[in-house]
Design a protein around this ligand. Structure first.
Ligand SMILES: Cc1cc2nc3c(=O)[nH]c(=O)nc-3n(C[C@H](O)[C@H](O)[C@H](O)COP(=O)(O)OP(=O)(O)OC[C@H]3O[C@@H](n4cnc5c(N)ncnc54)[C@H](O)[C@@H]3O)c2cc1C
Length: 394
């Protein structure tokens, strides 16, 4: 039984690769309750993230997970993959923003987890175990989500740097001060080159650009922005600019959001990995990725959520070119080896699915994988839920 929300997972997680039945949650779209006093919303799993945000906005609240796919991905899918986005750096991903779940496990048993309160210390935390389990432990049929008050003001800034190292140093300095940005996004020189070429965008020169956002009460924005600007004053900073009006801010976000579709204009095929390294290792990651690109003859473009050290490494190639077709999987393997050597992890938000299954045994110690298989047997004794995903055969 393969649960399916909207099928937007990029890892093959919702593909019934072992056959069986696809269980579509697409029509379970009811928002059952919005309770602003207790700061939660109860929803069915097929509710689109974007639709929930639209329902919450007039009440002055939001649900923090903000994947780019929000308008067309389901909350069940967001929870099953522990989805996140630019705001994760300040507000956390799906796992940090759920209070409880109702699930049907692999034995057909229906049970609730968690609580309706923002605090709870009763028993094991099965809620957080189920989030990110990619449909292997249970089917989420209802979720109680934690709501946050919507900030009334925000400001976007951009900073360009001569080298990736300088940008990474600024990221580390921004994260080491008290004003946590609500977004801290990175684009490398190749990403900037593509935006200039395909969108004629006015972007500053440099090997790296950071987009930084602060949010909160209007009277805190100037001081927060000043603190971020001060943290960005590193050797190698070329240009720092604050968006002075909403339109300018929208243009900057538009540049960031245009990147993913632009890659499709540039090459017939992209492999988008979403690796994570400690922030201090960002320069080593980017330099290493360029070396992999040179070694295997595969073009690469990097951008992503620098505040979490989460970089979307995009390998771009032409599958009709036999050499590139053969080299691309080797480049991905080399990338994962590099990431693990830097104390990083394979995925920040997309999950494992089918694509990264061959690398799990390298990423997770054998004993830890055994405990995951033990848990799988408890929740799904017959092994019918999304078989062949996430957990490699022993
Ligand atoms: C253009 C694009 C941009 C994206 N941007 C982001 C991004 O910024 N951040 C991010 O995190 N992801 C992103 N994604 C990936 C994807 O959108 C997310 O993983 C999303 O959470 C998947 O939701 P879905 O409804 O499509 O789930 P599906 O793809 O249908 O399912 C995903 C997994 O969840 C399981 N599942 C689905 N519903 C349930 C349920 N009710 N109970 C139990 N298991 C369930 C499935 O079995 C599968 O394993 C992007 C994808 C695309 C195509």
């Amino acid at each position: 039984v393969t649960a399916r929300g909207r099928g937007t997972a990029t890892t093959g997680a919702s593909v019934p690769s072992a056959g069986g039945m696809v269980l579509s949650l697409e029509r379970m779209t009811r928002i059952l309750e919005i309770n602003t006093a207790d700061r939660y919303a109860r929803v069915e799993p097929g509710v689109l993230n974007g639709d929930l945000q639209l329902a919450l906005a007039p009440l002055g609240f939001f649900w923090a997970p903000d994947p780019t796919s929000a308008p067309y991905s389901s909350i069940g899918g967001n929870l099953a993959c522990n989805a996140g986005g630019p705001r994760t750096v300040k507000y956390g991903a799906a796992r940090d923003n759920v209070l409880g779940l109702n699930v049907v496990d692999g034995a057909g048993r229906y049970w609730p987890t968690g609580q309706f309160t923002s605090k709870g210390s009763v028993g094991f935390d099965l809620t957080r175990l189920l989030v990110g389990s990619e449909g292997l432990l249970g089917v989420i049929v209802e979720a109680t989500l934690k709501l946050l008050p919507k900030p009334t003001a925000s400001r976007l800034m951009r900073a360009s740097f001569q080298q990736v190292e300088a940008a990474a140093e600024a990221v580390a300095r921004v994260m080491a001060q008290a004003n946590t940005p609500s977004a801290l996004e990175f684009m490398d020189a190749k990403a900037l080159g593509l935006l200039r070429r395909y969108h004629a965008l006015d972007l500053p020169q440099g090997d790296a650009l950071l987009l930084l956002e602060v949010d909160g009460a209007a009277n805190t924005i100037d001081s927060q922005a000043a603190a971020i600007q001060a943290a960005c004053q590193v050797s190698g900073l070329l240009h720092f600019e604050q968006a002075t009006d909403a339109r300018q801010g929208e243009q900057l976000w538009a540049a960031r959001k245009a990147l993913s579709p632009t890659l499709r204009l540039h090459a017939p095929k992209k492999i988008n990995e979403d690796v994570v390294v400690p922030v201090s290792q960002l320069p080593a990651l980017i330099r290493g990725v360029y070396a992999i690109s040179a070694e295997f003859g595969i073009e690469v473009v990097n951008f992503g959520h620098a505040g979490n050290g989460n970089v979307h490494v995009n390998f771009l190639y032409d599958p009709a070119n036999a050499d590139q077709h053969a080299a691309a999987p080797l480049a991905v393997r080399a990338l994962f080896k590099l990431v693990l050597s830097l104390n990083g992890t394979l995925s920040g938000e997309h999950g494992i699915g089918l694509d990264k299954l061959p690398f799990m045994a390298e990423a997770i110690p054998a004993e830890t994988l055994s405990r995951m298989r033990d848990l799988k047997r408890v929740f799904d004794p017959a092994g019918i839920l999304n078989p062949g995903k996430v957990l490699p055969m022993p």
